[in-house]
Design a protein around this ligand. Structure first.
Ligand SMILES: CC(C)(COP(=O)(O)OP(=O)(O)OC[C@H]1O[C@@H](n2cnc3c(N)ncnc32)[C@H](O)[C@@H]1OP(=O)(O)O)[C@@H](O)C(=O)NCCC(=O)NCCS
Length: 177
């Protein structure tokens, strides 16, 4: 397969760009080492920076494939890398969106701003039209982000951490653009 590039995107307050191993320190400090950020997501808290380096190496590889996209979320003004947003083909044949940002920056609308931009890019420029998202029922902030980006609730389900350590009861949302 030909290498695919992650396109740099821009919003009013954010730059969305590809992640690479040079980001390991910021990624580890700002979110992968934080139990509160990892609580309801599929990855588990990284115990050391080596785990984050491994994660970033894998992301670089995956992002070269057709069905996988991850952008780092950078605050334009401070030039700080504060989180990540990803899209990957799910078992349902829809592109599943996942996102997390540093706790320090929760509640400023940054994730909604990033999600809207990524959806616009993937639908208009890449030609992807069917999306889904899922959040644990105890993580309503994530549901709020989905609804603000236009997603509609469709069903209850479950999802499990990559390491199998925990299964979550989830609310599943769809968006057709
Ligand atoms: C979920 C997460 C990505 C939201 O990021 P964010 O940048 O704070 O999101 P936004 O500011 O764009 O929007 C958050 C919305 O949730 C709302 N919210 C926050 N806490 C809430 C709660 N307890 N109940 C209901 N809504 C809540 C906010 O009011 C806001 O909505 P509003 O703008 O209409 O007021 C962030 O909290 C995070 O990284 N969490 C850890 C990782 C995670 O859970 N990822 C999602 C996995 S499904």
């Amino acid at each position: 397969m030909k290498d695919k590039k992650i396109k740099k995107l821009e919003t009013e307050r954010l730059i969305l760009r590809e992640l690479n191993v040079n980001d390991a320190e910021d990624v580890f400090k700002n979110w992968t080492s934080d139990d509160e950020v990892s609580k309801y997501v599929r990855w588990s808290t990284h115990k050391n920076i080596e785990e984050t380096i491994e994660y970033l190496k894998n992301e670089e590889k995956r992002c070269k494939t057709e069905d996988y996209y991850t952008w780092g979320i950078v605050l334009k003004e401070q030039q700080e890398l504060i989180g990540a947003i990803a899209a990957f083909i799910s078992e349902e044949g829809r592109y599943e969106m996942g996102y997390n940002i540093s706790k320090k920056y929760w509640g400023n609308g940054y994730t909604t701003e990033a999600l809207k931009k990524v959806l616009e890019y993937l639908s208009k420029d890449v030609g992807i039209h069917k999306f889904m998202c899922a959040h644990d029922y105890l993580n309503p902030a994530s549901g709020a982000v989905m609804r603000k980006a236009g997603f509609k609730y469709v069903k209850d389900s479950t999802y499990t951490k990559f390491d199998g350590s925990e299964t979550f009861k989830s609310k599943v949302y769809y968006l057709d653009i």
